[in-house]
Design a binder for this molecule. Structure first.
Ligand SMILES: NC(=O)c1ccc[n+]([C@@H]2O[C@H](COP(=O)([O-])OP(=O)(O)OC[C@H]3O[C@@H](n4cnc5c(N)ncnc54)[C@H](O)[C@@H]3O)[C@@H](O)[C@H]2O)c1
Length: 356
C-alpha cells in the first residue's frame, strides 16, 4: 500500500498509554531517535496493575529526557474526559498520535466490562474527534490479536473475517478498527491499526502470564497452565513491537480520491507478531531455565512440582499466530527476537527490580 512519508523530527508526538508498558518503551525510543520536537506522554496511571511499575517507567523516561534534546511532557488524565482531550489537542497540535491507552486484558473484561467501554470506546472516540478537529498527519492505534477469536485458519491474516469476538476486550479492539475506518473515510484522517500479539519484556505487565507466573514461582507457589498446556502463542518481544510502531508512524496511508471524487479511506491494519508460535509448555520451560540463570530461582528448582495443568479459561483462545507479511512488505520489518533472548532479558530485569 502506498505510504506518505511522515518525518517525526521537530514534530509534536502524542503517545497515550505512556508510561504503560509498550507506550513507555516507545517514548524511550523516540527520545533516543529524535533530535528536535516534543513528545507527550498521556496516561491515567490507573491501578489495574501495580502503579509503582508505571512510576518506575516514568522515571526511566524522565531520566532519558534529561539526556535528550527533545522536550518530554507528561500529562495525567483520562482519555474519556472529552474536554481534556480537546484542550490537549488544541494546545499542543500533535502531528502524530499513537493511541496505546486502553484497558487491556481479556479475563478482566469478563468481570469489569464498564471500564472497557469507558477507555476503549469512549476514550478512542474522543481521540478520533480530536484528530478530526486538528491537523493530525497520522493516527496509529493499538488493536490486538484477540480480534481473531477462535480463528481456525493459521497464520492469522488481516484478510481473515474477524466478526466473532470471544471477549468484550476483543470486541472493543475490533470496534476501534471500525470507528477508525469511518473517520478515515469521512474526514480523510490517515490511520493505521496494529494488532499486537502477546507482547512481553522487562518491566512488562504483571497481569500477563509470564510475569505473574514468575512472581508465583519466585514466591515458591505453583502455577496453573491452562488448556493442559495445549496452547500456542505468538509471543513478541517489546523491542520488536517498538521497532514496528516506530516504522509505521513514519509511513501514513496515502490520501487519494476515488472515481466518485470522495476520499478513498487512508486506512490500514497490520499484524505485528513474532510469526513463530511457541508451545506454552516450551515457553514456560525456557522461562524457568532463564529464571534459574538469572538466580530468581535456585539451581535445583523442581519445575514439575510447581506446575498444575488445568482446563481452558473463558475468553481464552488455543492459538495465536501472526501473518506479518504485509508489515514486512510495506515497512521492511518483521520481528526478530526469539523467546530465549527475550525471556533472558525479562529474567535479568526481574531479578534486579525485585532484589529487595
Ligand atoms: N501487551 C500486549 O501483549 C498487548 C497485546 C495486544 C494489544 N495490546 C494493546 O496495546 C496497548 C498497550 O498495552 P500495554 O501492554 O502497554 O498495556 P498497559 O496497561 O501497560 O498500558 C496501557 C496504559 O493505558 C493507561 N490507560 C488505561 N485507560 C486509560 C484511560 N481511560 N485514560 C488514560 N490512560 C489510560 C493505563 O494506565 C496504562 O498505563 C493497549 O491498547 C493494549 O490493549 C497489548
Amino acid at each position: 500500500m502506498a505510504k506518505a512519508k511522515v518525518n517525526l523530527n521537530g514534530k509534536t508526538i502524542l503517545v497515550t498509554g505512556s508510561p504503560g508498558f509498550i507506550g513507555a518503551n516507545l517514548v524511550l525510543r523516540l527520545l533516543r531517535e529524535m533530535t528536535l520536537g516534543t513528545v507527550i506522554s498521556f496516561d491515567s496511571m490507573n491501578d489495574y496493575y501495580d502503579p509503582k511499575l508505571k512510576e518506575y517507567r516514568l522515571g526511566l523516561i524522565e531520566d532519558a529526557a534529561k539526556e535528550s534534546s527533545v522536550e518530554h511532557i507528561f500529562i495525567k488524565g483520562n482519555l474519556a474526559d472529552k474536554n481534556l482531550i480537546d484542550e490537549l489537542f488544541e494546545k499542543y497540535k500533535p502531528s502524530v498520535v499513537v493511541n496505546l491507552a486502553a484497558q487491556a486484558g481479556v479475563r478482566y473484561s469478563i468481570e469489569y466490562p464498564d471500564v472497557y467501554i469507558e477507555s476503549n470506546i469512549i476514550g478512542f472516540f474522543n481521540v478520533l474527534e480530536a484528530c478530526r478537529n486538528n491537523p493530525v498527519e497520522h493516527l496509529v492505534y493499538a488493536s490486538s490479536s484477540s480480534v481473531y477469536g477462535g480463528n481456525k485458519k493459521v497464520p492469522f491474516s488481516t484478510d481473515d473475517k474477524v466478526d466473532n469476538p470471544v471477549s468484550l476486550y476483543a470486541a472493543t479492539k475490533k470496534s476501534n478498527e471500525l470507528l477508525a475506518h469511518s473517520y478515515s473515510k469521512l474526514y480523510n484522517i490517515p490511520s493505521t491499526g496494529l494488532r499486537f500479539f502477546t507482547v512481553y519484556g522487562p518491566a512488562g505487565r504483571p497481569d500477563m502470564f509470564y510475569f505473574s507466573a514468575t512472581q508465583k514461582l519466585a514466591a515458591g507457589n505453583t502455577i496453573q497452565i491452562f488448556n493442559y498446556g495445549n496452547c500456542k502463542r505468538d509471543f513478541t518481544y517489546v523491542d520488536d513491537i517498538v521497532e514496528g510502531v516506530y516504522r509505521v508512524m513514519q509511513g501514513a496511508p496515502e490520501k487519494k480520491n476515488g472515481e466518485d471524487g470522495l476520499p478513498i479511506p487512508p486506512y490500514a491494519v497490520y499484524n505485528i507478531g513474532g510469526g513463530q508460535p511457541e508451545n506454552l509448555l516450551d515457553y514456560i520451560s525456557t522461562l524457568q531455565e532463564e529464571l534459574v540463570n538469572a538466580k530468581v530461582l535456585p539451581a535445583d528448582y523442581d519445575f514439575e512440582a510447581h506446575r498444575e495443568l488445568v482446563g481452558m479459561q473463558p475468553g481464552d483462545v488455543p492459538v495465536t499466530y501472526a501473518d506479518s507479511k504485509a508489515l514486512e512488505e510495506d515497512y521492511g520489518f518483521s520481528p526478530k527476537i526469539g523467546i530465549r533472548e527475550g525471556l533472558r532479558k525479562f529474567s535479568v530485569w526481574f531479578k534486579e527490580y525485585y532484589k529487595n
